[in-house]
Write a protein that binds this ligand. Structure first.
Ligand SMILES: Nc1ncnc2c1ncn2[C@@H]1O[C@H](COP(=O)(O)OP(=O)(O)OP(=O)(O)O)[C@@H](O)[C@H]1O
Ligand SMILES: [Mg+2]
Length: 234
């Protein structure tokens, strides 16, 4: 459903990713792995239109994303849960979720989707009137994922959902992501926690210095000597 062909992007004169070719199939869960500065977040930003690719092509369900502004890309069915969660601290949980349904098609179904999200995340339902800024890191992460779901996306892109979370909270977050995936939403998961990511995706790509250096099924990557040495501490 999503195809990047030889995509390059830069910040000013600094190249961030070069010739990145990745794909995500309908309903698939795919990982994008790599160390700090490898270009993972930049790849997601290029997909959601927050940064423009300088070369290469990005298509989603047959549409060329190159010329589209971010809200049009969201309208096609791509939700981007950014690094660092970025919930609105002064808004309540419910208000944060409502903001997530900012495109017309999602707005029309907002109340129904809200109940769906509360069904997946009962902890958010209990805290619907709490200010987001007063919630724990794990709760804010759930809220950020929930806000992405308010778009009713076909593809949910998650940028390091486990960042800063205790292992038990990471477990809970991943279980919820898996639940969303099981409902038919395709997932593009950026993670530095490689062992956790490989436990939930079918395929993954490893980025290094802005380039894809390894790709394969989760089993292939888990057995790859280079991946084991660099990311799995083996
Ligand atoms: N706003 C920016 N301005 C200039 N350079 C940037 C900017 N954002 C990222 N970069 C550079 O682009 C490269 C890729 O960064 P990116 O944020 O995509 O990495 P990442 O894989 O997401 O890393 P991390 O795991 O630390 O989040 C890095 O060299 C980074 O310094
Ligand atoms: Mg990043």
């Amino acid at each position: 459903m999503l195809t990047l062909s030889a995509v390059s992007a830069r910040y000013g004169s600094v190249p961030a990713i070069s010739d990145v070719s990745i794909s995500v199939g309908e309903g698939e869960a795919v990982g994008l792995l790599g160390a700090n500065g490898a270009g993972k977040s930049t790849t997601l930003r290029a997909i959601s239109g927050l940064i423009r690719a300088t070369s290469g092509s990005i298509t989603f369900l047959g549409a060329d994303l190159a010329a589209l502004p971010p809200h049009k890309i969201a309208e096609l069915g791509i939700a981007h849960v950014p690094e660092g969660r970025q919930v609105f601290p002064e808004l309540t949980v419910k208000e944060n979720l409502e903001v997530g349904a900012y495109i017309p098609s999602a707005k029309a179904e907002r109340n129904r989707t809200l109940e769906l999200v509360f069904g997946i995340f009962p902890a958010l339902a209990e805290r619907r009137n709490q200010l987001a800024g007063t919630m724990s890191g794990g709760e804010q992460q759930m809220l950020a994922v929930g806000r992405g779901l308010m778009l009713k996306p076909r593809l949910l892109m998650l940028d390091e959902p486990s960042l800063g979370l205790a292992p038990v909270v990471t477990d809970a977050t991943f279980a919820k992501i898996q639940e969303v995936h099981a409902m038919g939403t395709a997932i593009l998961l950026v993670e530095q926690n490689v062992s956790r990511a490989l436990g939930m995706v079918q395929r993954a790509y490893v980025l290094e210095s802005g380039k894809v250096i390894i790709q394969g099924s989760s089993a292939e990557l888990a057995n790859n000597k280079q991946v084991q040495a660099a990311y799995l501490g083996m």
